[in-house]
Design a protein around this ligand. Structure first.
Ligand SMILES: [Zn+2]
Length: 389
């Protein structure tokens, strides 16, 4: 006790002395800000907040105005285009992010169902060490030799309405928005494969809060970003492994494989030809507009976000980076989330690009009078023209 009594007062005295020195030195070194002399700041009253306007979107609009696309296309000659294409393509590969390690192709066949015009197989394709992509593989019953194939990617309604399955509401949605293009193309003689996009339906983990259907886009996106990957890059990777699968099937013509998708699937269809040169045509539905007018300005799922893209170019530049690949753009003129005005502007630029390359017939658009939806008005003609089936 005695020792403590001796030690404690002297320790407290030392502390007091040190504190006093610190206060004295801070008073000496730092002038007291005038605000300290005033009344503590109160929360701004609503009229003041309204007058000043502290909402965040105007700030972001200004930031976007000051973010010019550094690699905007403006070629006047084929040579200039080729030089631009090389640069932009390399940038896209970088932006789509790292891909997983390639593993040998393995397939598990998990059942089949017969329909009047086709057989539907359920397969699991190993796309990386610890992930098997579930997919529905459609084979027409009447094949004429090696057949062209289409990878069909679904959007943010999950796989079921895209393959004429699911609840009554999902089947209704399928009909109203023509979501069943995987089945439709197979009924018209094409082999198709429709994966369950990574993070959807049976591959869900950590359900997105507030989402009405089974999806974990948020988890897929956050984890991908943390590792230098992107959800779009990863989902394209799965689609690329499905191309590996298609090329091994005896009924498929390995040189005639295309991609089709609506909405989130349309965005994947926009990016897949960047990564996979085996893709010989693309049908991009309900996804083509400008980043600024769509994903940047309107509420979209976070998985649509490709980091840094607006610094380099817009969606027409993405397509131009693989021109003269045959591309069909499909947009409803009343689609509220991918505005048609910017889609038309982008298409006009693509016409210039394709004409410059002497391949004007390779790019087409179906801007139909309708909502955020698929349309088959031009698809079969487009397939026949470029795949000759
Ligand atoms: Zn998503």
């Amino acid at each position: 006790m005695r020792n403590q009594e001796i030690v404690c007062p002297s320790s407290r005295a030392i502390l007091r002395a040190m504190l006093g020195l610190a206060i004295a030195s801070s008073v000496r070194l730092l002038p007291i800000p005038s605000v300290l002399a005033e009344e503590p700041e109160k929360s701004p009253k609503p009229p003041m907040a309204k007058r000043i306007n502290s909402r965040v979107m105007p700030a972001f609009q200004t930031l976007a105005d000051n973010t010019p696309a550094q690699l905007a296309w403006n070629a006047k000659t084929i040579e200039q285009h080729k030089a631009w294409q090389e640069k932009f393509h390399a940038k896209m590969i970088e932006l789509l992010g790292r891909t997983p390690e390639r593993v040998p192709l393995e397939v598990r066949w998990a059942g089949k169902k017969d329909f009047p015009k086709l057989t539907r197989h359920k397969v699991y394709v190993r796309t990386e060490a610890n992930y098997w992509s579930p997919a529905y593989y459609f084979v027409p019953k009447q094949l004429r030799g090696r057949t062209p194939a289409v990878v069909c990617l679904h959007g943010h309604s999950g796989i079921f309405p895209y393959i004429r399955e699911g609840t009554e509401a999902e089947r209704k949605k399928c009909k109203e928005h023509s979501l069943d293009y995987a089945v439709y193309f197979a009924e018209h003689g094409y082999v198709t494969i429709a994966p369950v996009v990574r993070g959807w339906d049976e591959t869900v983990a950590d359900q997105d809060s507030g989402a009405r259907n089974p999806r974990s886009c948020r988890r897929v996106t956050m984890d991908a970003f943390l590792m230098g990957m992107t959800p779009m890059g990863l989902r394209c990777w799965d689609a690329m492994r499905l191309v590996d699968f298609l090329q091994k099937q005896k009924e498929v013509d390995a040189e005639r494989i295309g991609v089709a998708g609506l909405s989130g699937g349309g965005t994947l269809s926009l990016y897949l030809p960047v990564l996979d040169k085996r893709i010989k045509l693309a049908m991009i539905g309900g996804a083509f507009s400008s980043y600024r007018a769509s994903i940047y300005s309107i509420g979209h799922c976070i998985c649509n976000c490709l980091p840094h893209i607006m610094q380099y170019g817009d969606m027409e530049e993405v397509v131009a980076s693989y021109a003269p690949l045959p591309v069909l753009l499909i947009n409803g003129t009343k689609d509220p989330i991918f505005p048609i005005k910017e889609a038309k502007q982008g298409y006009a630029m693509l016409r210039e690009v394709y004409e410059l390359l002497g391949a004007g017939e390779n790019v087409d658009a179906d801007f139909f009078d309708g909502p955020h939806s698929w349309s088959n008005k031009k698809t079969l003609g487009f397939l026949a023209k470029h795949f000759g089936n």
